[in-house]
Design a protein around this ligand. Structure first.
Ligand code: SAM
Length: 392
């Protein structure tokens, strides 16, 4: 994570622009942390300034708004450092890395899949593509297929985007999104294959696995008839768990293979093979045409709120509902009428981390694309009630 340490930062007059970065506002919390809103090439990034015990300031990107391309964050941090005339005591920013900062046309936001994704072509999905060896190989071999690569590890995403550009591969769309939530965005019966190769085994915390009864159900819905959901794993526990989940379906066509060879091996597979570990494939073929589903909307606030009242009542607190929660973590004040609340909320196992922005009474989520899933809607209702309780 790019960052730098400094003893001083010259105050900026907001809004201001330095190079290609615009700094819109600064907000402060009671814990002594500061956020600066920055934007470059249409992407918003919050810079976080933390006061360390020795009086040194640590300046880095806030995790919630961290851009997928690390080079963007590096550029924003360098512009902030130069605009505020900071003298670095320590930095891990490498200017050479962002000489060619530009958005990849193959990197998509969830908004794209919610509203603009064209499903005319056959779609194949790879979940957790890691180094991308398998995804890139399949995409080159099947140029008529539209691939979607899901990954939550940003350096892997950046690496695959770079390879798409270098090798002129134009049939991969990459998204930085949790695979367990993503399927809800795809229409029914449009996907031919879903690959899940060497997912994190979570042998001690199975509830964190990509596979679950709900995930299998959603995968079957998006697969067309004869489409396949394919797990490849070195973990006997993951294999058994997935197989038994599939056996709970009322009807299932499941094939199992042991130590089958694929045309391409991933870095993980190479490692396990060297260690002579067994590798298991479980392939579930969909037999049923699913009913269409309505598009998922976004969460939003209609009513206005009073920021000063919220600021005065605010404390770090955790509210719990049936299977969901809301954790109000930290409040940042921009001025008497505006500020930000950092929070996490949603299902116990699949929570969202975001900010609520309050500007002149108007309330929005940051990032804006919070899904209206059942548990998110329940948590959002609780948040609105919390606002009403304080403001009305
Ligand atoms: C063990 S690695 C395997 C990578 C690659 N498939 C391979 O075979 O080399 C698992 C990958 O899944 C990604 N991952 C874990 N949980 C995920 C999730 N919920 N959604 C999307 N990707 C996930 C991780 O970031 C990691 O890159």
């Amino acid at each position: 994570m790019p960052n730098f340490h400094t003893k001083t930062l010259k105050p900026l007059g907001y809004p201001c622009t330095y190079n290609e970065t615009t700094f819109t506002y600064e907000a402060h919390s009671k814990r002594g942390n500061t956020l600066v809103m920055a934007s470059t090439q249409g992407e918003q990034v919050l810079i976080r300034i933390q006061q360390k015990e020795d009086g040194v300031l640590l300046v880095k990107g806030d995790k919630v708004t961290r851009p997928t391309q690390a080079s963007f964050l590096q550029k924003v941090l360098i512009d902030f450092r130069d605009a505020s005339e900071a003298e670095e005591i320590f930095t891990n920013i490498e200017p050479k890395k962002f000489l060619h900062v530009k958005h990849s046309p193959y990197l998509k936001e969830i908004e794209f899949f919610a509203n603009h994704f064209d499903v005319a072509r056959e779609i194949w999905v790879e979940i957790g593509f890691g180094s991308g060896r398998h995804l890139l190989h399949q995409a080159k071999k099947n140029p008529h297929i539209q691939f979607i690569g899901l990954e939550i590890h940003k350096p892997s995403i950046e690496q695959v985007l770079k390879q798409c550009e270098l090798q002129t591969i134009e049939n991969i769309l990459v998204i930085d999104y949790d695979a367990r939530l993503f399927m809800e965005f795809l229409p029914s019966n449009v996907v031919g294959r879903i690959f899940v190769h060497f997912p994190v085994p979570w042998d001690k915390k199975p509830h964190r696995r990509v596979f679950s009864a709900a995930f299998i159900e959603e995968a079957l819905r998006v697969l067309h008839v004869k489409g396949t959901l394919e797990l490849r794993t070195d973990s006997p526990l993951y294999f058994e768990f997935t197989f038994s989940q599939m056996m709970q379906l009322s009807k299932a066509d499941v094939h199992v293979k042991k130590n089958a060879d694929l045309e391409i091996t991933s870095k993980y597979e190479d490692r396990w093979r060297k260690m002579e570990k067994d590798i298991y494939d479980v392939i579930l073929t969909n037999e049923i045409e699913a009913a269409p589903i309505p598009k998922l909307g976004r969460l939003h606030f209609d009513a206005t709120v009073n920021f000063a009242k919220i600021r005065d009542a605010f404390k770090d607190e955790l509210l719990r509902g049936q299977g969901f929660f809301v954790h109000f973590e930290e409040l940042f004040e921009i001025n008497e009428k505006s500020g930000l609340i950092r929070l996490s909320f949603g299902a116990n196992e699949r929570n969202e981390r975001c900010f609520i922005q309050i500007q002149e009474g108007k309330v929005t989520y940051l990032p804006e694309t919070i899904l209206a899933t059942k548990s998110n809607v329940a948590a959002h209702t609780l948040i609105k009630e919390w606002f009403h309780g304080i403001c009305d």
